[in-house]
Design a protein. Structure first.
Length: 253
């Protein structure tokens, strides 16, 4: 950690930055932890964003667990998320989360989200910097989905979806790859590739175009593919996969 001296005192850092660097969560997720009153500094709960701390001198506690002053072993996991599992570290209502499915000593957090009814590939890590890079909208990391929609979308409908400009939550969508895969009992499987990460985007666009989503499975993030991993199972990413993912992030900057 780079430090500078000013009038004999070490320069403090923003609390959310310290949490992200320690692998607790991404910068944004760390801000939510602070706002929720789940972080204390020197015995006092801190809820103000921008609070500055010295990680070498201050005692920082998250959910009752002291923040380790030592660098954590970086952990990278791929999970095939089932339906009805939250993409979160914990839930105030006691619902099961993706972290509950991964039995490891390291504290990890999900990279991005899949909504409650969606399935498929989700990454978990304690690498806060990698999380920020993958989820930042300017990096345009591809995410691929297999989506079962009601009916049989026409060629014109698919063209509308591909070219974007469909307003969701007051903003037009960007371009997307949308291809028919196969028909199934009056419904259609589509391959959809996005570089946006907006909440429920696929479901909302499908609804606007008249083809409600019946099933949604994410099968790829950048170079990382779900493959044959069964629903509810997880594994560590291989060193090669981690390297490929970091190379993809660097390429898309």
């Amino acid at each position: 950690m780079t430090r500078s001296k000013t009038a004999g005192k070490t320069e403090k850092q923003r609390l959310q930055k310290v949490l992200a660097q320690a692998g607790v969560a991404s910068r944004r997720a760390s801000e939510l932890l602070i706002e929720a009153g789940r972080v204390s500094v020197n015995g006092e709960v801190v809820t103000t964003l921008g609070t500055k701390v010295d990680p070498d001198q201050d005692t920082i506690v998250v959910d009752g667990q002291p923040l380790s002053g030592q660098a954590q072993k970086l952990t990278y996991i791929i999970l095939n998320k089932p339906r009805h599992i939250l993409s979160a570290v914990k839930d105030d209502r006691g619902r099961q989360t993706v972290v509950d499915l991964v039995d490891i000593p390291e504290r990890v957090h999900p990279v991005g989200r899949l909504d409650l009814l969606s399935e498929g590939l989700i990454l978990l890590t304690n690498d806060g910097e990698l999380t920020k890079q993958i989820t930042h909208p300017s990096h345009h990391i591809e995410k691929e989905y297999q989506v079962l929609v009601e009916g049989q979308p026409s060629t014109d409908t698919l063209w509308q979806w591909r070219r974007g400009g469909i307003e969701v939550d007051g903003r037009p969508t960007g371009r997307a790859v949308v291809e028919r895969m196969k028909y199934e009992s009056g419904s259609t499987w589509l391959k959809i590739v996005l570089t946006e990460g907006r909440k429920r985007q696929i479901r909302e666009v499908a609804k606007i175009l008249g083809h409600r989503v019946k099933k949604l499975v994410r099968v790829r993030i950048g170079p990382i593919r779900l493959g044959a991993l069964k629903v509810g199972n997880w594994r560590y990413l291989t060193p090669t996969e981690v390297q490929l993912l970091k190379q993809e992030i660097k390429r898309m900057r």
